[in-house]
Design a protein. Sequence first.
Length: 350
Amino acid sequence: MNFITRQIFKSINVFKSVFSLDTNTQKWNLLKDKYKGKRVFLIGNGPSLNETPLYLLENEYTLCFNRFHLLYERLNWKPYFYMCIDPEVLPDIADEINANLNNYHYAFFHALHSSKIEDRENVLKMHHVIQVPYFSKRLPLFGSGGTVAYAGLQMLFYMGFSEVILAGVDQNYVIHQTAKKTSGIRIESQQDDDPNHFDPRYFGKGRRYHQPVPATQVRMIRAFTKAKQVAGYLGIKVKNAGIGGKLEVFERVNFNALFHYTTEQVYKLYAKSISIECSWQKVKLLLENTPKATMVSEDISCDYFVTDKAIGLGTIQKLILVYIPYGPIDEKYLFIKRSAKRKVIDNLLT
């Protein structure tokens, strides 16, 4: 049997298994157009998330991916949807995924490695179709475009969302120079120095993933272009609210302009990202009355400090293991020492 024949039989078997009336298919059938007319935020994991006031998303539908859970310590919400389909990444972080499954209404995984994921009512399997670029309208089949966000768009369209807002889908990848090549474009990180995501630990020491080579980036843009075409055909609005980045396929919109909160409401959401115990008035006073640090060294030892946006972004990369960053808000970040968070909340913020 030659390669082409084997692929044909493989596709037929996948089709039969996908569309048989098993539990997974029944779950997918229930999701068809379930969220018709709603808007949803598709959150990538690019560095621009550190510039994005994600605390504003507390009352929104959200789809997040892979190791987004590293951000939970900075947030007042958990994703409504979660997805991980990368055959290199999923097995590597399966334990982390299983520990977080209770946080999601629905979680989606590549069927190839789904045995590593606990079988829960909110867990659904997806089946990859080897055809590029393929945009599936019949989930759980999905087409791959070099990025999990492409599969995410297929899922959200299937569910009936009428507006999809992207954030953190930066597309400004650089080569991870210190990573060790394992085979092909597969690499293993040697240090906590991931340059392509919101946290240097994201694909940090010991993590396995794919080097974002130029050919892969071209494939991603090609996939997003296909998604835009399908969205136009279906009457779905897809907009990019990311800060900076190189993704210009979709219409750009200002992230903050998507919300209509008062100053008090914004500070209440921000305060909750620190702790539900915090008084928003005390958080606001602390930010207003604390002089902004003009330079932050790696041997800083205070319990908390405040920076402007520019200094804060660089500080996150240097001190994320010691300090939790909160923000931005009013062009500022509040950094609280991990070991002193309880003390800061009790003495200053409640």
